[in-house]
Ligand binder design. Sequence first.
Ligand SMILES: N[C@@H](CCC(=O)N[C@@H](CS)C(=O)NCC(=O)O)C(=O)O
Length: 117
Amino acid sequence: MLDYLQLDYDLKVVFPPNGDTRKPEFLKLNPQHTIPVYKEGGFVINESRAIVTYLASKHDKSGKLLPASDHKARATVESRLYFDAGTLMKRVMDIIVSLERHFRNRSALDYYFRNFL
Ligand SMILES: N[C@@H](CCC(=O)N[C@@H](CS)C(=O)NCC(=O)O)C(=O)O
């Protein structure tokens, strides 16, 4: 979104598997310990959809990304954002968790078969 809007920014890479989101300096920015986080001076906001809608409402001069007066167009944009947050991501996460479980169990079973049978 920042690139699309041709805004300058300073990207700080945070890698959750290394524990970066649990470090005290990160928790001061976002106690929910999630990325992305957007910081603009003293203003800090997390939640990806809140970040993109903030940026669109502030910087998209065309008004097409987040229509303010075309209520139906705005409702369509919000419908997509809610679908992403409430339905799509939940299902993607369910799949990832079940794959993780499957492969963890499977390697445990493989180990069992190789070593004990
Ligand atoms: N609803 C949040 C989800 C953010 C989220 O779960 N981010 C994950 C990475 S995709 C994260 O930061 N996990 C690290 C942690 O929970 O410590 C958003 O859209 O910003």
